[in-house]
Design a protein around this ligand. Structure first.
Ligand code: AMP
Length: 309
C-alpha cells in the first residue's frame, strides 16, 4: 500500500483521528527529514508496537540557533516518503511554521517568545548551554506535534540524549503519549548516523569516528573499574584531541538524575556525552558507559583495558 503523503498538520490530524476512531493505535516518529537508517529504526519499532505508524518531517526553525545550520540542513521530501513507504509506514506529513502555529505568528513571521514552552531540567547544561533556545524550540514543536497526532506512543533516539529528557517532560505535563527511547544506530565505523553526516567531507567523516572512539574508550575504562569522572572525561578527550576536532564538551552525567553540572556523588549509571565540530558541521554522540561500547577493546592498540586501574 502506498504511503499517505500529507502536506498540512490539519490533514495529518484528521488522518490520525480516523485511525483512532477505527480502534487503531498510533505510533509517531517526529523528524526533520533527510531520513537515514537511524530514523528508519525508530519507524520500524513504531510499526512493531502499534497498528499504524506516522512520521512528521519538519525542519523546525524554532530549534535552530544558527541561521546557516537551518539554511544548509538537508531536505529530501520525495526520498523520505519513498524510504518510509518501503518500510511500511502508513503516513508522513509536513507543514509550515505558519500552519503549525496558525494565527499565532507575529507580523515578522516569528513565534512570540512567551509562546515558547519551558523545556524543563533536562535542557540545562551541555547542549542547552551550547545552543541557546534550542530546547525551548524542541519542547514547543513536540508539544504541538503531540496535539496534532495524539499518538499512543512516540519514538525518539537516544542519539539526542537531552532531547529525550525534554520530550519526556513534555509528555509528562500533557499526560501522554508514552515516550519510547530507541538505541543509537551507527555506521560500521562506529559513527552515529546523522543527517548532518552528509555535509562532512570524506576526510572529515573519517575523523568524525573519534567521537564514538572516545566514548568507547571511556566505556572500556568504566567497565574495568575506573570511577573517577575527570579521568573518564580525559579518555574521551584523548581521542578527540588526536583527531584534532573542535571540542564543545566531553562530559559525564548520571543517566537517571540529570544535572547541569558534573555530578559530585559517586557515579552509578553514567552516560558520556560529546559534542564537537568538524569544519562547518557540529556532531553529537553519547553512550551509556555500562553498555557494550561501539568499538571493541582491540580497536585501541597500546591501551590496556584488561587490567584494573
Ligand atoms: P532528527 O531528524 O535529527 O530530528 O531526528 C529525528 C529522530 O531520530 C530523533 O528522535 C533522533 O534522536 C532520532 N535519531 C537521529 N539519529 C539517530 C540515530 N543515529 N540512531 C537512532 N535515532 C536517531
Amino acid at each position: 500500500m502506498r504511503i499517505n503523503e500529507l502536506q498540512s498538520p490539519a490533514a495529518a490530524s484528521s488522518w490520525c483521528a480516523q485511525q483512532r476512531a477505527s480502534g487503531k493505535s498510533v505510533g509517531f516518529v517526529p523528524t526533520m527529514g533527510a531520513l537515514h537508517a537511524g530514523h528508519l529504526s525508530l519507524v520500524e519499532r513504531a510499526l512493531s508496537e502499534n497498528d499504524v505508524a506516522c512520521v512528521s518531517v519538519f525542519v523546525n526553525p524554532l530549534q535552530f540557533d544558527e541561521a546557516t545550520d537551518l539554511e544548509t540542513y538537508p531536505r529530501d521530501w520525495e526520498g523520505d516518503a519513498k524510504r518510509l513507504g518501503s518500510v511500511g509506514c502508513q503516513m508522513v506529513f509536513t507543514g509550515s511554521l505558519a500552519q503549525f502555529f496558525e494565527g499565532e505568528l507575529e507580523s515578522d513571521g516569528a513565534l512570540a517568545p512567551e509562546r515558547l514552552l519551558a523545556p524543563g531540567r533536562g535542557a540545562l547544561g551541555l547542549e542547552g548551554a551550547c545552543r541557546t533556545g534550542h530546547f525551548e524550540g524542541v519542547a514547543t514543536i513536540v508539544d504541538r506535534l503531540f496535539e496534532v497526532v495524539h499518538p499512543d506512543r512516540a519514538y525518539f533516539g537516544q542519539k539526542d540524549f537531552q532531547q529525550t529528557l525534554v520530550v519526556e517532560e513534555v509528555a509528562r505535563r500533557r499526560g501522554a503519549p508514552q515516550i519510547v527511547v530507541c538505541p543509537i544506530s551507527r555506521e560500521e565505523s562506529g559513527l552515529a548516523r546523522s543527517s548532518r553526516n552528509e555535509r562532512l567531507r570524506p576526510q572529515e567523516r573519517e575523523r568524525a569516528v573519534c567521537l564514538s572512539r572516545g566514548l568507547s574508550r571511556a566505556s572500556h575504562r568504566w567497565q574495568h573499574g575506573l570511577r573517577d569522572l575527570r579521568s573518564l572525561e580525559a579518555e574521551i578527550l584523548a581521542e578527540l584531541e588526536v583527531a584534532g576536532v573542535q571540542v564543545e564538551y566531553a562530559a559525564i552525567r548520571e543517566r537517571s538524575a540529570w544535572s547541569p553540572e558534573s555530578p559530585v556523588e559517586d557515579l552509578h549509571d553514567p552516560v558520556a556525552l560529546v559534542a564537537a565540530r568538524l569544519g562547518q558541521v557540529r556532531l553529537i554522540d553519547n553512550h551509556l558507559l555500562g553498555e557494550v561500547p561501539p568499538h571493541p577493546a582491540s580497536a585501541f592498540k597500546g591501551l590496556e583495558f584488561s587490567s584494573r586501574p
